[in-house]
Design a protein around this ligand. Structure first.
Ligand code: NAD
Ligand code: RM4
Length: 256
């Protein structure tokens, strides 16, 4: 029960890494605000997650919260205040990576990626931090960045800068928010099999290449990130702020 009676907001929690984190946080005693895109097609997945969390004896509320909307953070915070006891943990997880070559990258693809992954995150983190400051009991903010904050991707020239930006945002926020007892850390997943890279990894050669780069011998699963997210959210990490935690099966260090 590392998060007993805490309230955790997770953006993009309807599936993938965000969903796995939501379930594990609930298992550890937290109530969850499930941020999702707001699309009708996501609603069944959100209902399914609410049911799973309730079966663990915890509360969960789904909030339609498009990541690119600067007002989304306020909306998520309002839900946490009205349904539970404010916000203890904010996990900025929502993100997209529409793989595309650089030289002909459509402007709208670039702008949408930056708005969704980084600009929206800035305002959401700001909203969560202001609420945590008002509450006066500290808090934890986790940005789901990526191994791609540290290395490039030829088909990810729009995406990797957003992930580096999130890492940098957590470093600066750690300084800005430390005086309020608010810890800010970046989680850097490696290659995790989810919907975000389903098409990319449908290429068997690419999939095998990515797996072969991983010393632990397999690609990641969403559940592999849940424990590290709980750790950063919990008091076990009470002196951890401004840090980056790679969870990549060793992929980053695997030069030779
Ligand atoms: P995913 O596609 O399963 O999940 C992404 C989540 O973000 C979904 O719930 C989706 O609905 C939500 N989302 C997308 N656009 C949104 C929007 N405009 N507003 C609100 N929600 C929106 O993929 P995932 O792998 O679970 O991705 C989660 C995070 O992990 C992303 O930020 C991604 O960049 C990061 N990440 C993933 C990997 C990987 O290999 N899968 C590696 C490193 C980092
Ligand atoms: C990650 C990393 C993975 C990729 C996903 C979409 O940051 O680059 O390899 O599949 O993004």
């Amino acid at each position: 029960m590392l998060l007993k009676d805490k309230t955790v907001i997770i953006t993009g929690a309807s599936r993938g890494i965000g969903r796995a984190a939501a379930v594990e946080c609930a298992r550890q005693g937290a109530n969850i605000i499930i941020g999702y895109s707001g699309s009708e097609s996501s609603r069944p997945a959100v209902e399914d997650l609410i049911n799973e969390i309730e079966s663990l004896g915890r509360g969960a509320v789904g909030v339609g919260a498009p990541a690119e909307d600067p007002d989304t953070g306020d909306k998520l915070v309002e839900a946490a205040v009205s349904h539970f006891d404010g916000v203890d943990v904010f996990v900025n997880n929502a993100g997209i990576c529409p793989f595309h070559s650089f030289l002909d990258m459509p402007r709208e693809t670039y702008l949408k990626t930056v708005d969704t992954n980084l600009n929206g995150a800035f305002f959401a983190v700001q909203a969560a931090a202001n609420q945590m400051k008002r509450q006066g009991r500290g808090g934890a903010i986790i940005a789901v960045s990526s191994i791609s904050a540290l290395v490039g991707g030829g088909m990810q020239t729009h995406y990797t800068p957003t992930k580096a930006g999130l890492l940098s945002l957590m470093q600066s926020c750690a300084i800005a928010l430390g005086p309020y007892g608010i810890r800010c850390n970046a989680l850097l997943p490696g290659t995790i099999e989810t919907d975000i890279n389903k098409d990319d990894l449908a290429d068997t050669d690419k999939r095998e290449y990515m797996a072969s780069r991983t010393p632990l011998g397999r690609l990641g699963r969403p559940e592999d990130l849940a424990g590290p997210i709980v750790f950063l959210a919990s008091d076990m990490a009470q002196y951890v702020t401004g840090a980056s935690l790679l969870v990549d099966g060793g992929m980053y260090v695997n030069l030779q």
